[in-house]
Design a protein around this ligand. Structure first.
Ligand code: TYD
Length: 394
């Protein structure tokens, strides 16, 4: 086994550990954030993974229902799956606040969630969605006691430290002809879209079809179809079943693998080059922000996503550049960003401070955000989008 350094983002705090005002006088833990490519398994993974309990705890503040784009995506998914597979029951791993299962339940499908973070799981339970507050893996799959027709793991495969144990659990819980779908950000998009800020301690693995195919076969599962999706900057939705199940293989699987090979994902060079691209983006963004601040302009950050914390902490952007950030999530408002310690306000704070520039941190929602904040143009406000290229939008 040999490893190639893919990204070195310095030392960083856990990205979703927002600080309360009374914690600002306390020290903060920083961990090395580095990812490498394994030439044998084809997985890109963190070099220094943290224990999952250190990250996904009772205060986890990510509520999926915050984004209308995301909710629409979930509703469409539920309808598509019901039409295609007619499941009698559905088990979602990482069911968050019930943003997805609510649509299955409304359609009369028995819905069960597994979610380790109490904060979001309780929101799902309050919506009447049966939820186990637990981590999923082989022990859970083995002892579940029901054959599941449809298993869903959206944005969770990349979030597990022991990816082998996790995938193995599906083998046990799936009905003989059951289907499991997995959504994860596509490594090809991460590389081609310069999305280095999506590397953080919550994401243990960065996945290509080349890697996922091998991984599933190792656990007697088989990928039979794949969709390419625009969410999270470009994701894959992989359909898998037991190796011996009857679902026919679709051409899409071959096509995605072929595109990955054309993009060079089966060769070492593309992984070796990525870190240089990251450094160049940092220099370009700082160059622009320094120029703006020398002109005495006001910059506010929009959104407090985890990826924003990677970007801000990697670039060393604090109150010296941004006065504060704003976010629609009530659990984040009034808190401070880990590392940079920027205050998180509410979107209407933009009205009184009338920023000259708004730095959009959740760039994956750039169009939704720019149209929502169109009114800042009224006072000459502009947007800065840092990824894939540092760009100003008037
Ligand atoms: P997301 O890209 O989902 O986060 P992550 O990097 O953590 O996976 O970004 C979601 C964050 O952006 C979340 O904190 C809510 C915030 N947000 C707004 O404040 N307003 C908006 O219009 C949108 C779309 C997101």
């Amino acid at each position: 086994m040999s490893k190639i350094l893919f990204a070195d983002l310095g030392v960083q705090p856990i990205p979703n550990k927002f600080l309360r005002a009374d914690e600002l006088s306390e020290p903060e833990l920083f961990y090395p954030l580095r990812a490498s490519f394994d030439t044998e398994t084809k997985l890109v993974q963190l070099d220094f993974p943290l224990k999952r309990e250190a990250i996904f705890d009772e205060n986890y503040p990510y509520f999926s229902s915050q984004s209308s784009t995301f909710l629409k995506h979930a509703e469409m998914y539920a309808h598509e799956m019901i039409e295609r597979f007619h499941p009698k029951n559905v088990l979602e791993i990482g069911s968050n606040d019930g943003y997805l299962l609510q649509y299955f339940k409304a359609a009369g499908v028995k819905a069960l969630g597994v979610e380790p973070c109490r904060s979001v799981a309780e929101a799902a339970i309050a919506k009447g969605i049966e939820t186990h507050i637990k981590f999923f893996g082989r022990p859970f799959g083995e002892h579940l006691g029901i054959d599941v027709d449809l298993m869903v793991a959206n944005n969770v495969l990349a979030h597990v430290p022991d990816i082998d144990d996790f995938v193995n659990g599906f083998r046990y819980a799936l009905a003989p002809e059951g289907v499991a779908t997995f959504e994860f950000p596509h490594l090809q998009e991460l590389i081609q879209g310069n999305q280095f800020d999506t590397i953080y301690h919550e994401h243990y693995s960065y996945l290509s079809m080349l890697a996922v195919n091998r991984l599933f076969l190792k656990h007697d599962l088989r990928v039979f179809d794949v969709d390419e999706l625009p969410v999270h900057g470009g994701s894959l939705r992989v359909f898998a079943c037991r190796k011996e199940a009857h679902w026919p293989m679709h051409q899409s699987v071959v096509d995605v693998i072929r595109h990955e090979m054309e993009a060079g994902l089966n060769r070492n060079e593309i992984y070796e080059e990525f870190n240089k691209q990251i450094c160049a983006t940092k220099r370009r963004l700082l160059d622009m922000l320094i120029d703006i601040k020398f002109r005495n302009k006001i910059i506010i950050g929009y959104g407090a996503p985890a990826k924003g914390n990677t970007l801000l902490n990697y670039c060393g952007i604090r109150e010296d550049f941004l006065d504060f950030v704003v976010d629609t999530t009530p659990a984040k408002q009034g808190m401070y960003l880990p590392g940079s310690r920027l205050r998180v306000g509410e979107p209407h704070d933009l009205d009184y401070c009338r920023p000259d520039y708004v730095l959009i941190l959740p760039w994956n929602f750039r169009d939704e955000i720019i149209s929502k904040l169109d009114y800042i143009r009224g006072w000459g406000g502009r947007f800065i989008v840092p990824i894939p290229h540092v760009e100003v939008i008037s």
